[in-house]
Write a protein that binds this ligand. Structure first.
Ligand code: AMP
Length: 219
């Protein structure tokens, strides 16, 4: 374990699909100068590679819509943390999502002299999650986010790439991921609630309202 880094804060961000994790992560990152560890996006990047590991991850996240194995999460988190500036706090987006991952994530942080200071939980109903995901689009090339509306461009305004939806963002995909969240991640939420580290937010509020609430609580 490295020497503990003092004076910086490390956060975990959890929420069901569509709860606005990426939006809040972007805002929090800027406000509190945090480095962002986006576990889902790291896994999706791996799933795009035509390797044995990539194909296995693709099968789990895009076909079965389940969670990948715990060991992989510890490795991904530790791998990303290693390259981060030690004077910057981090925001781990999307892990631990299983109670058995709590130790993995804590150990990955501890190996870099860090610990979890708060766990932010964006709480959203299934109905709202499906509604939100049905309008969530992105550039399939540079991953810039778009919301479906009459004004949505036909191609990405940043890179000209095709605009589409994530492979796991179908209504059935969201329902399945929500069910997995309730079964697997709810115990994690309860654990951090018991240890008084949880900051629960009503994710049906507007992004600005959520961010104001979080800024006030974390400042
Ligand atoms: P996300 O971008 O957070 O929606 O994550 C996309 C997918 O990656 C999830 O549906 C899971 O299949 C996988 N995933 C992300 N985080 C984890 C985790 N902590 N443990 C296991 N699988 C994960």
């Amino acid at each position: 374990m490295n020497t503990p880094i003092t004076g910086i804060k490390n956060y975990v961000l959890l929420g069901p699909p569509g709860s606005g994790k990426s939006t809040q992560a972007g805002k929090l990152k800027e406000k509190f100068s945090l480095a962002h560890v986006d576990v889902g996006s790291e896994l999706r990047k791996l799933a795009e590679s035509d390797t044995e590991l990539g194909n296995r991850i693709h099968e789990v996240i895009n076909v079965k819509k389940e969670l990948v194995s715990d060991g992989l999460i510890g490795c991904v988190v530790e791998h990303v943390l290693k390259d981060m500036d030690a004077t910057q706090g981090v925001l781990i987006d999307g892990a631990p999502r299983r109670i058995s991952q709590v130790d993995e994530v804590e150990a990955a942080l501890a190996s870099q002299g860090r610990k979890i200071d708060k766990v932010i939980f964006l709480d959203l109903s299934l109905e709202e999650a499906i509604k939100r995901i049905s309008i969530r689009f992105l550039c399939l090339n540079c991953k810039a986010p778009y919301i479906k509306s009459d004004e949505m461009p036909l191609v990405c305004t940043l890179c000209g790439g095709e605009i589409g939806q994530r492979q796991d963002d179908t209504p059935e995909g969201v329902a399945k991921r929500y069910e997995v969240f309730m079964a697997e991640t709810r115990p994690v939420i309860e654990y951090f609630e018991e240890t008084r580290m949880l900051l629960r937010v009503d994710a049906s509020l507007s992004p600005e309202e959520i961010f104001d609430f979080l800024t006030e609580k974390l400042s």
